[in-house]
Design a protein around this ligand. Structure first.
Ligand SMILES: Nc1ncnc2c1ncn2[C@@H]1O[C@H](COP(=O)(O)OP(=O)(O)OP(=O)(O)O)[C@@H](O)[C@H]1O
Ligand SMILES: O=C(O)C1=C[C@@H](O)[C@@H](O)[C@H](O)C1
Ligand SMILES: [Mg+2]
Length: 165
């Protein structure tokens, strides 16, 4: 079976669902954000504030490329689709699942979260702006869209498994 990629907006559940999904399909799970934090020995907030978003995006692309040959569930950061080269790489993989949730649902899930540097300030406004900008990019890179709004992890995982190539 091909590797499984989960993409989608912050709070869509990529990291959470990916861990459970990996156990169900008996694959390792690798989260690009967690890999970057491990390598840099810094939180994502600190990487953004000390080295800037551009540096983070450079590390993100590098991590995605290095994971190319791994047979795993690969859970990505919410902004992986911002770079054209990442979208192009994802498009040809198959098993690229766009986990979708409404902006209202995303807000509910991340209301008290402080770990996402791009959501500091008026959270609902920031979610709406980024969401509108990125929706077409997720759709472009994915080959399956899964709506996670009001769904439990178990049902989302079953849906992913039923659509695997
Ligand atoms: N289906 C769901 N229903 C309700 N809450 C959920 C669901 N999926 C994830 N969550 C909750 O939403 C929050 C964010 O989830 P998670 O960290 O997995 O998102 P993510 O897609 O990995 O975000 P990011 O792009 O920032 O890494 C967590 O508190 C998680 O428990
Ligand atoms: O959507 C984004 O741009 C981000 C999502 C998170 O997964 C992290 O990669 C970081 O907070 C940036
Ligand atoms: Mg995550």
């Amino acid at each position: 079976m091909k590797s499984i990629y989960l993409i989608g907006f912050m709070g869509a559940g990529k990291t959470t669902i990916g861990k459970e999904l990996a156990a169900c399909v008996n694959k390792a799970v690798i989260d690009t954000d967690e890999e970057i934090v491990k390598r840099e020995k810094k939180s994502i907030n600190d990487i953004f504030s000390e080295k800037g978003e551009e540096y983070f995006r450079f590390l993100e692309t590098k991590t995605l490329q290095e994971l190319n040959d791994r047979d795993a569930v690969i859970t990505t950061g919410g902004g992986i689709v911002v770079k054209h080269e990442n979208r192009e790489a994802l498009k040809h993989k198959g098993n690229v699942f766009f986990l979708y949730a409404t902006p209202e649902e995303i807000f509910k899930r991340l209301e008290s979260d402080q770990s996402r540097p791009l959501l500091k300030g008026d959270k609902m406004k920031l979610i709406r702006e980024l969401y509108e900008e990125r929706m077409p990019l997720y759709k472009d890179a994915a080959n399956v869209i899964i709506d996670t709004t009001n769904k439990e992890a178990n049902d989302i995982i079953k849906e992913i498994i039923s659509r695997l190539e």
